[in-house]
Design a protein around this ligand. Structure first.
Ligand code: TYC
Length: 105
C-alpha cells in the first residue's frame, strides 16, 4: 500500500471521482464553408442523433455560432472531436470543434 492510499483525504476524493466522472461538452463551431449536410451527417454518425435533431442543432450552430453536439467523459469527448476533425479534413472542410468541461454541480 502506498502513502497515498493511507491518506483519508485522497481516498475520499478518488472515490467521489469514480462515482461521478467529470463531464465535457463537445461544441461544434460554425464556419462559412463546411456543407450543412456534412455537419448533419456528423451529428448523426458520431453523436447518435436522429435526422430531425441533427438538422435542428446544425441550423442552430449555423445561426448562433456554436452549439453542443454531445456531453461525455473527457476521453470520449476528445476522441469524438478528433475523429470528426480528421473526417472533415479528409473532405477538406475547415470544421472545428472544441471540448470544454461542464460547470460543476
Ligand atoms: N455555416 C455553414 C454553411 O453555411 C454550415 C455549418 C453549420 C458549418 C454548422 C459548420 O458547425 C457548423 N454551409
Amino acid at each position: 500500500m502506498t502513502r497515498r492510499d493511507l491518506d483519508p483525504s485522497t481516498q475520499t476524493l478518488e472515490r467521489s471521482e469514480l462515482e461521478r466522472p467529470r463531464l465535457f461538452r463537445v461544441l461544434l463551431l460554425n464556419d462559412d464553408y463546411t456543407p450543412m449536410d456534412f455537419v448533419t451527417m456528423v451529428l448523426r454518425r458520431y453523436f447518435r442523433q436522429d435526422q430531425a435533431q441533427a438538422q435542428a442543432i446544425m441550423l442552430s450552430v449555423h445561426q448562433k455560432g456554436q452549439g453542443v453536439a454531445g456531453v461525455y467523459t473527457r476521453e470520449v469527448a476528445e476522441s469524438k472531436a478528433a475523429q470528426v476533425v480528421a473526417h472533415a479534413r479528409q473532405e477538406e472542410y475547415p470544421l472545428e470543434l472544441s471540448v470544454e468541461p461542464e460547470a460543476e454541480a
